[in-house]
Design a protein around this ligand. Structure first.
Ligand code: ZN
Length: 412
């Protein structure tokens, strides 16, 4: 929380009309309290020669996030518990936080640790930080479609200077929104940019009744690495969203993807899937969090992530949302016995123009099957799977039946 997050949100506002909302420090949000803002102006460690051997100005990952202010001279032994490095990745600066326990610390490469820190030496430490009452800032945009039934798209903005986890998520989401803004949407999409965990909890608390009505959603994170695509399933294994994601992979020719089962660890799906909300959320990733070597280190940078990777994942999310948007549940207005199609100008002069030449299906068959399945429980994607016909074709025929007032959207 603090000015850095607001700067992030304002930069996103240069691309999309994001609304910034503020939730005050001290607010009780379920079992949590919104903390104070953290302001960091400078931080460094100097050796006995007065040389800065760790410098926040050179890389802001050097400081444990939410470090308390410190000024003083420390022996190696006193300082050691406050130094974080990774012996297994000697050139990387690890990313560490201490949000809810007032503490301080520095992160540095193991190489620098070996070079500059020795038993018996003394070090001058300076952290110019401040905690003040302020507010937690979040960005929100509601893309309104024909229906006010909403899907949630959530991404987080809190890790400093890290590219895959974290910058890739908000970048992809921003460009996804740009694409969606140019489309005529059937459903509505509530999209939020929040600090992870506390931001999601605060948002749920301040928007409880809205969140309880969300149909399902996605948490967009770690989408720009060089590694494999993967997806984390929703908490209900059989939920249609999982099948739609696999359909997207198949259509886009992504055969070698990793399937992560739902797990209580992870990102903000932890909040959205909790008993009070039970929102099924899916995550498509490219080099998912936890899984890649550079995760939560300074090596997760713009050498590791690039625009091409993010754009590849964006294409998958765009296809996913496009399919979700067609996945309407209809119910028949003529549920008792067959509809007399000729009366509605649907028989027999229906052309099969929208279907592939050698298909065993014609439009009349699809009309009959749709009128059979549209009982308020089958969504169009499920019907498309049952009939082995692409969702896009089923959707076009369904729109025709809706226009003829034979079927209507059912609220589920
Ligand atoms: Zn992370």
């Amino acid at each position: 929380m603090g000015e850095g997050n607001r700067q992030t949100l304002r930069m996103i506002q240069n691309h999309i009309p994001l609304e910034i909302k503020e939730y005050p420090s001290g607010s009780q949000v379920y079992d949590w309290t919104i903390p104070q803002e953290w302001t960091i102006r400078d931080a460094w460690i100097k050796n006995s020669n007065g040389e800065k051997i760790v410098d926040f100005q050179k890389c802001n990952v050097h400081l444990v996030s939410y470090s308390a202010p410190v000024q003083g001279t420390f022996t190696f032994e006193e300082l050691s518990p406050h130094l974080h490095f990774r012996e297994d990745l000697a050139e990387a600066i690890p990313y560490r936080t201490s949000y809810y326990k007032r503490n301080w610390g520095f992160c540095l490469s193991y190489n620098d640790f070996k070079k500059y820190f020795h038993s018996g030496e003394k070090y001058e430490v300076f952290i110019d930080s401040e905690f003040t009452n302020g507010s937690l800032s979040i960005g929100e945009i509601l893309l309104k479609g024909e229906s006010d039934e909403e899907y949630l798209i959530s991404t987080y903005i809190c890790h400093p200077s890290l590219a895959n986890d974290n910058l890739s998520g908000p970048v992809l989401t921003t460009f996804l929104i740009k694409e969606l803004m140019s489309m005529k949407l059937k459903f509505s999409y509530r999209i939020i940019f929040i600090p992870e965990t506390i931001g999601a909890i605060a948002y749920c608390s301040f928007n409880e009744s809205i969140m309880k009505k969300i149909k399902s959603g996605m948490v967009i994170t770690t989408v720009g690495g060089p590694g494999k695509f993967g997806y984390k399933k929703t908490f209900q294994d059989e939920h249609v969203l999982n099948a739609i994601v696999e359909n997207v992979f198949q259509e886009k020719g992504v055969e070698d993807f990793i399937t992560y089962p739902f797990d209580i660890h992870g990102s903000d799906e932890r909040q959205y899937s909790s008993p009070g909300f039970r929102i099924n959320t899916v995550t498509i990733s490219k080099d998912r969090y936890y899984e890649y070597d550079y995760y939560h280190t300074s090596l997760d940078n713009l050498d590791f992530v690039n625009a091409e990777y993010i754009s590849q994942t964006l294409e998958l999310y765009l296809s996913l949302v496009t399919k979700i948007d067609k996945n309407i549940v209809y119910k028949s207005n003529y549920p008792h016995c067959e509809v007399m199609l000729s009366k509605h100008d649907l028989y027999p002069e229906i052309g099969g123009g929208i279907l592939p030449q050698n298909s065993q299906w014609n439009e009349l068959d699809i009309i009959l099957w749709l009128l059979f399945y549209c009982d308020g429980t089958h969504d169009l994607f499920t019907i498309s799977r049952l009939l082995s016909i692409p969702l896009e074709i089923i959707f076009q025929v369904a729109l025709k039946l809706e226009e003829k007032k034979l079927i209507d959207r059912a609220k589920v």
